[in-house]
Design a protein around this ligand. Structure first.
Ligand code: ADP
Ligand code: MG
Length: 355
């Protein structure tokens, strides 16, 4: 069963020209952890607010576990939708203890027992009598999550759950959040503008831009086979080389040479495309056998990032030059101005729609 379904949902805010969400259709299956990934202003929060019932759609239908909660002639109030929401700023009550904050999410006869259960789930047993200001950012987030889970919601919606956490805590909370949501058996739709968070945590990713879906897929599909230029550059970094699919459909002809690629039935021979090459798929080689037809270039700049050394390499073409980003091991022995040869593994070249 689908836990969340959106059918051609459109929302334009009063006084704005462009719809925030434009005829968007989307399904989240029960128990899945799905991330809406997109830049600021792409409509992510609006989608969550429409599902929760804090905004009304102008058109389309929304179903939660097969129940129509929004659509022509249908409207279910937010508190009756069975949705647990974790807001970007957590929205805890500052004057209530942890236990009472969590209890606010569930008023059933077994409230005390349920508070104990969800606090254990989020690893906050022993924090019952603390106040929000006595907690770290990560702990506050756990309280907000416990409050959302307390009433056993049909779906949990989380808006930018990592945006208020520093880098080290963020990496830890990704794993924790996934563990907690899976342990609770929850269906979760979370929103992020950060591709690293989305790739790390999600079963599936929905890439949004301008209120429309660009691609839906597993993290591997989104990264390895981006559907278009936007996805290729927004999710991870890419070198995009304009080219044409060759007659066999198994290579792409570009100004920098002919690159073998994974056969992709989405593109016809002769079609204009981009060859998408990730910076870590380019290998720098000191010498190549003559038959290997290397791409040669000059290192323009080197940036040390800790995990890697990022080189910008300028490669001459027939009528100009093109810069490529190459990710080298951080201990690579290279210098600016050096002439180098580059090699690409065939399975590392993905085709991306061009025109
Ligand atoms: P995101 O969460 O991806 O940053 P939002 O859903 O918040 O995007 O916003 C999508 C678009 O709708 C943006 O252009 C934003 O300016 C606009 N918008 C959001 N909320 C309102 C509002 N209450 N009134 C008018 N415009 C809004
Ligand atoms: Mg937002």
């Amino acid at each position: 069963m689908q836990a969340i379904e959106l059918w051609a949902v459109t929302k334009t805010y009063p006084g704005t020209a462009q719809p925030a969400v434009a005829s968007l259709s989307l399904a989240v299956s029960q128990g899945a952890l799905v991330t809406l990934l997109g830049p600021s202003g792409s409509g992510k929060t609006t989608v969550l607010r429409l599902i929760a019932g804090f905004e009304r759609a102008d058109a389309g239908e929304i179903l939660l576990t097969d129940r129509r909660v929004s659509g022509p002639g249908a409207w279910v109030a937010p508190e009756r939708r069975g949705v647990g929401m974790v807001f970007q700023d957590y929205a805890l009550f500052p004057h209530l203890t942890v236990a009472r904050n969590v209890g606010f999410g569930y008023r059933g006869p077994d409230q005390a027992e349920r508070i104990r259960e969800v606090l254990e789930l989020v690893a906050l047993t022993g924090y019952e009598t603390r106040y929000p200001h006595e907690l770290s950012g990560g702990q506050q987030q756990r309280v907000a999550l416990a409050r959302a889970l307390a009433r056993r919601p049909v779906v949990v919606l989380l808006d930018e759950p990592f945006s208020n956490l520093d880098a080290a805590l963020r990496t830890h909370m990704r794993l924790e959040l996934r563990r907690i949501l899976k342990a609770a058996g929850a269906t979760a739709l979370l929103v992020s503008h950060d591709q690293a968070d989305a790739l790390a945590i999600s079963d599936r990713i929905v890439v949004l831009k301008g209120g429309t879906i660009q691609q839906v897929g597993s993290p591997q599909e989104i990264y390895q086979r981006p559907a278009n230029r936007f996805v290729a550059t927004f999710v991870g970094q890419s070198n995009l080389l304009a080219g044409v699919v060759d007659n066999e459909g198994a290579a792409v002809i570009t100004d920098l040479g002919v690159f073998a690629c994974r056969h992709d039935h989405a593109y016809r021979p002769g079609e204009r495309v981009y060859a998408c090459i990730r910076p870590d798929s380019l290998e720098m080689v000191p010498e190549l056998p003559a038959s290997d037809d290397p791409v040669q270039g000059t290192i323009l700049s080197l940036t040390y990032t800790g995990q890697a050394l990022d080189a910008v390499v300028e490669v001459r073409t027939v009528d100009g030059s093109q810069q490529l980003l190459v990710r080298l091991p951080s201990a690579a022995d290279v210098r600016e101005g050096q002439v180098v040869a580059l090699r690409v593994a065939p399975e590392a070249v993905a085709l991306v729609g061009g025109g």
